[in-house]
Design a protein around this ligand. Sequence first.
Ligand SMILES: [Fe+2]
Length: 295
Amino acid sequence: MQLKVSDQIESKVSSGELSGEQASRFSAFVETCNQDFMTHPVITRNQFCKWFASGAADRDIVRHFIIQFSVFSNLFLIAQLLKVINAGSLEGMRASKEILANELGVIFHKPDAQAQEVRDKDQEGDPEIVSIEGSVDGGTFRFRAAHFEWLLKMGAVMDIGFDDMGKRRNGTPATLFFCDQLMEIYGNEDPNIAEGASFAVENWAAAGFWKQLVAGLEAFKQVEEPKLPLAFFTWHDRIEEQHAGHVMDELEELYFTEDFDEEKFLEGGRRMLDGVQAFWTGLNEHRIAAAHQAG
Ligand SMILES: [Fe+2]
């Protein structure tokens, strides 16, 4: 996967909005992002996700996976709140609140986008159809639209209780390292570092790991647990798909703001990707150890 400068840059140069020098500086920066971020192993070769997609995970591995994901999902709320608090602009603060409030259960509101019947189900928080577009502004809050509650439903089918999910005490050192790095870097007080981390996280998410997880869980569901609800994962896959396209536009906008600092941005991104990598390496080492024990 490679990042590409959009065509609108050229039209901005011809309209005089940007100088040729600015445009080529931006292109060079995008190239650096390609080298620094897009070649990172967590994006190019995520061993755990590749293995998981093949459907090889047994019940114990899937249980462990759901528990670790629940710790990440729940502790991510703290990182996201820090991002709201430390936002560099009102616009950035609102964008972060969209994510935080949606995580907690505010359904994205998109006026008149759907038929009444679908809208009613959507407003109940059913993750099979709950909206991936719109704003939390004017949206409805439902307890059961909280992403963590979707994971609890998966846990219930897999005999994982409320007490066994989402807390620090349920996390492995690798998972906790990832969550702490999210708070430290993604939630950083310096917006340049935080934005670099956001950009890296978004590119990681767009690299297709949700699809690999869905494929593995579908295989497991078919053979082992027909009642397993997958909506937490299918919903996130749907939203990432539509979000991937916006990432470059956001970078372009940020790059030409006055306080943008290339070095800090790159540092935030690189460190964040290392944190993400730790999470997946932890899961991969766990499944390899489990296989050795079984064998
Ligand atoms: Fe989420």
